[in-house]
Design a binder for this molecule. Sequence first.
Ligand SMILES: Nc1nc2c(ncn2[C@@H]2O[C@H](COP(=O)(O)OP(=O)(O)OP(=O)(O)O)[C@@H](O)[C@H]2O)c(=O)[nH]1
Length: 807
Amino acid sequence: MADLIPAGSASHATPAQRRQRNEWLALALGLLLLTAALAFVIWEDRASTGERERNRLQTQARVIEENLVRQLQAVDSVLIGMRTELNAQQAGNQVIDADKEARRLKSLSDAMPGVRALYVVDRHGLVLMAEQKNLIGRDARERLYFTTVRDHPDDALVYVSPPYLSIRGNYVINLSKSVTGTDGRFAGIATAVLDQSYFEILARSVVYAPDMSVSLSHADGQVFLITPSYARAVGTSQNAAGSPFTRHRESGTAAAVYEETAEDNRQPRMLALRSVTPPMLHLDKPLVITVARPLSGIYAAWREQAMVYAFFWCLLLVTAALALFFHQARRRALAAAETAVQAAQRETAQRLELAMQSGNIGLLDWHLPSGRVILNPLGHALLGRAADAPPLAAPEWEALRHPEDAAEVAAVQAALLRCEFQTADLEYRVRHAAGHHIYIHMRAEVVARDAADRPLRLVGIFRDVSARKQTEAALADALALQRRTGELARVGGWELDLPDGVPVWTDEVYRIYDMDAHDDGHRPLSLTQALDGYAAKDRARLESALQHAIEDGQPWDMELPMTTVLGRRIWVRSRCEVVRHDGRPRRLVGTIQDTTERMTVQLELERANARLAELSLTDGLTGVANRRRFDQAIAGEWPRSVRQQLPVALLMIDIDHFKAFNDALGHQSGDACLRDVAHILARCAWRPGELLARYGGEEFCILLPGSTTQDALVVAQRCLDRLEQARIPHPASPRSPSSPEAAWLTISIGLASMVPRLGSLPDALVERADTALYQAKRKGRARLECASDPGEDDAMATPLDAQPPLD
Ligand SMILES: Nc1nc2c(ncn2[C@@H]2O[C@H](COP(=O)(O)OP(=O)(O)OP(=O)(O)O)[C@@H](O)[C@H]2O)c(=O)[nH]1
């Protein structure tokens, strides 16, 4: 407890410590009062217990006395009767009939359970009459019960002898009455021997507790009987100086109660002593009844009760002390917690103030009943007012609102005051002290209402968001510009957060896909939906590119055809850039551009160019390759043949007498003839790489890469044969009209084949074929001439395993 009541003077103690100490003092005082009350009750209880016991002991003593007195009265009556009988006999000088007297005394003693024997002693101390005849003549001269009466005879008295040891070995008391003879002198005594056992039964009958003791003593102090039986005490004297017995006897009172410590067992006890002095008996010395009980027995129940009281008192003491201790501990804990909360609140308030300062946040406290609007210094500063400017009146504050925003702000404020919502967030313009307007963001809340739920205080925090508003406006303009340019360029944008983000598309993407950007059925557009319009091959390309972008951070740029949701076939250019974070792909940003117009034009152009290229290499009349195509072909074959040392063969073919044909049949027929010849020749060289070309005018050539002279001879012969078989009429042929075959168109062929050497030119082969053709013409036409170059040709001869197709 020492730690609960702090040391030191009261002036140094805190109020809480003083309160604690006072509580302990109050508890101690309360417990002290309770203890005093309890002690008083216990003491009263003990006193009443003692008093009750005192009364009970006295009552029991009185009960014994009453019984004893009755016995003594009976004995007294018997003794008076015996004396009267004796006097009568002596007066009549009658001889005493011993037997008769013995029977009579016997019957009298039997009638009195407390009397053991009755007898009469003559003046000489000899037994004169007795219920037992053997006692007659016995000497009683030395007995106190005789000598006492003899020495002070008084007929009115009943003499009570001190207890003495009888011849039976037990203590007895004699009650005697003096007998006066006819001569007026002492004539003897009539005496009764009281039986100790009877009185012992009487004594036991009043015992109500096992620890009680009852004794009957002679007035001189000798104990006559005691119960419970305590043989050693019988016959002893109690009249020691200062003993309860002595004090009682000396007090002269009939009854008294004492407390003393027993000499035998040293136990304190209570004794009720009562002197038996019935007024009608005139005992010479009273008998004294003692009823005793040890205090331990008397107060056993009280002690138990007191122990119960003491136990509950201790319990109450401990409980009260613990209750107060824990109550104070809890209060200290609560106080500590409250202190901590207050500290935390102070810190929070400081942080809030700091945050408001660092965040440039103004505070508004509007007391609605008075209409006072209090701003903190920062709030004033935001509005361009002095930091210590006085509070505003409500109309002044409302007048600061921009006219265009005032209605909306007033509506929100009214709804807030009507409790339609807890907190209001709004942005509006207020007039700065410098005259311009600033945008503020205000968050307001009603923080106090009266019992009728009417608002009392409106608190708001606000900050200047003009810069953000300007930025937002600029951003909105930029976005609008971006949207317009996107629409013009038909470029849509998209973004995808990795790894599991939902793609975000600009409206232009939806427009490109023929979707309604504001139709919930289309929005948001998933990646899968975005890929649905592509053909399987292109979709696979895009999915592969997407995977590489996600996994490896590779960008893509590809142009693909697709079909919109309306079935429109378009071209789009899909581009994607990867935004990395910590070296890993984090976001994909891409564009989708509708390139249909450009791609249409480009494809048209490509097709036109291809056609143009084809036309530039094709002979317009016959449809076979033209001279340019032939030059490209031989220029391409030549280096390969040089590298591989393979032969190249060339057939130069010229229609015979074609001028005459034209002249005879007309130029258009000549053209038709040229087409027919080209068609026939085209069917004579079909292997890959073999090329038929119109070399010029009515002259054709067939390039045969990899062919030896022998190979080329086969082709050349095939050409001659096929043309001959075609039997194209040539009515103007200068050949002899007699010749039947002269009417048909013929051709002459010059053949050359060579393995080109390094450094040689294709012109050499053309020149040699041309020379051979010239030889064929010179030798009469309609024939084949071969430019000989045996050294190279023979070595490269190859078997003729390919046969021309059947017509
Ligand atoms: N119809 C037509 N005639 C052509 C064409 N190109 C060339 N010719 C004619 O072919 C003729 C060639 O005549 P020449 O060079 O004298 O040869 P030729 O008459 O066939 O006599 P040889 O070659 O010696 O048998 C000329 O009359 C040309 O006008 C063409 O594209 N169409």
